[in-house]
Design a protein around this ligand. Structure first.
Ligand code: ADP
Ligand code: MG
Length: 297
C-alpha cells in the first residue's frame, strides 16, 4: 500500500480553546489513483493534506508511505501544492521548474519543460517572468509542470480548481489523469463537486474532522446531489410552500430563513414567482456555490 493514514488526530488551540481539526481519520490509497476530498469549510481537508505532506505533525496516529513513517527521503517523493504555492518569488517560471526538478533525482531537460508548460496552458509570455507576478492558478500550473517532470509518488493539491478558467480546468485535469496513469497517487480538495466527480476515482467526504463517506464516485452519487443551494429570507412563515424541495426553515433576526437545493436556475425563478404571489416579502436571497455542505447538512 502506497499510503496508509492511521487514526490521525489533530487539534489546534485557538484563543485558549481546543479545536479538533481531525478526530481519528484512517484510510488507505494506492498508486495510480485520484482521490478527491470534499466537505464543508473547516471539516479538516487542508489539515489532512498538510499532515500527509509531512509539514504538520499529527497529535496521534501516523502516516505511512510504502510502509514507512515520513522521513526526509520520503518527503522528497511527496509534492504538496497548498493555498500558497511554494515557488521562489524572484526566480522566473522556467527557473523555478529547473530548480525544483534539480532537487529531485531527475535530470532537467529544457525541451521537456517547455513541452509540458505548453500542454498545461501556461502562456509563453509568463515563462520568463518572476513567479511573484503569477496568479495562484498559474503558480499551481508551474508546480504541476514540475510534477510532470519529477513524477512524485504522491501529489497533494489543495483547492485544485480555484482560480482556473474552464480551459485551464480541462488541461489541469488531463495532466492529473496522465500523472495518475503513470502511477502517482493524487489527492485533491475542491468545492466543485461536478469536477470532483469527473476526475476522481474515489471520493472522501469529510465532516467535522471525520470521514463521513469514502468510496467510488458512482457510489457517492446518491450523496452528492447536484444543485444550487439557495438561501432565502422571508418576512413571514412560508407554510408548506417549499415542502416538495425538502427545505429547512429557521427563524432568525432577519426573518424566516429558508434553505433548499434547487435543481436548476429555472426552478429558482419559479420559486420566486411563488413567493411574490404568496404575498410574502423577500428580504434577501443568495444562490450559493454548489458544495457538499448542503448535502450533508
Ligand atoms: P478545511 O480545509 O476543510 O476548510 P481546515 O483543515 O483548514 O479545514 O480546518 C479544520 C479546522 O481546524 C478548522 O476549525 C480550522 O479553523 C482549524 N485550523 C486549521 N488550521 C489551523 C491553524 N493553523 N491554527 C488554528 N486552527 C486551525
Ligand atoms: Mg481548506
Amino acid at each position: 500500500m502506497l499510503l496508509s493514514v492511521k487514526d490521525v488526530v489533530k487539534s489546534f488551540i485557538v484563543n485558549g480553546k481546543e479545536v479538533k481539526a481531525l478526530k481519528g481519520v484512517s484510510f488507505e490509497a494506492d498508486r495510480g489513483e485520484i482521490l478527491a476530498l470534499l466537505g464543508p469549510n473547516g471539516s479538516g481537508k487542508t489539515t489532512l493534506l498538510r499532515i500527509i505532506s509531512g509539514i504538520l505533525l499529527p497529535d496521534e496516529g501516523e502516516i505511512l508511505v510504502d510502509g514507512h513513517r515520513i522521513s526526509k527521503k520520503i518527503k522528497k517523493e511527496i509534492l504538496f501544492i497548498g493555498e500558497k504555492v511554494s515557488l521562489y518569488p524572484k526566480l522566473t517560471v522556467l527557473e523555478n521548474v529547473e530548480f525544483w526538478t534539480s532537487l529531485s533525482h531527475k535530470r532537467y531537460d529544457a525541451k521537456e519543460a517547455a513541452d509540458i508548460l505548453e500542454r498545461i496552458d501556461l502562456p509563453k509570455e509568463k515563462w520568463n517572468m518572476p513567479a511573484e507576478v503569477l496568479s495562484r492558478g498559474m503558480a499551481q500550473k508551474t508546480l504541476l509542470a514540475t510534477a510532470f517532470l519529477v513524477r512524485p509518488k504522491i501529489i497533494l493539491i489543495d483547492d485544485v480548481f480555484a482560480g482556473l478558467d474552464p480551459r485551464s480546468v480541462k488541461s489541469v485535469k488531463n495532466i492529473l489523469r496522465e500523472l495518475r496513469d503513470e502511477g502517482s497517487l493524487i489527492l485533491i480538495t475542491t468545492h466543485r463537486v461536478r469536477d470532483a466527480e469527473d476526475i476522481a476515482d474515489r471520493v472522501i467526504i469529510m465532516n467535522s474532522g471525520e470521514i463521513a463517506f469514502i468510496g467510488t464516485v458512482s457510489s457517492a452519487k446518491s450523496l452528492i446531489k447536484e444543485g444550487y443551494p439557495v438561501k432565502l429570507i422571508l418576512d413571514g412563515p412560508p407554510e408548506d410552500m417549499f415542502r416538495d424541495l425538502n427545505a429547512s426553515v429557521k427563524v432568525t433576526e432577519r426573518g424566516y430563513e429558508v434553505r433548499l437545493l434547487a435543481e436548476s436556475p429555472a426552478q429558482i425563478s419559479k420559486l420566486l414567482e411563488e413567493v411574490s404571489s404568496s404575498g410574502l416579502r423577500l428580504v434577501s436571497m443568495e444562490v450559493l456555490e454548489p458544495s457538499v455542505e448542503a448535502l450533508l447538512g
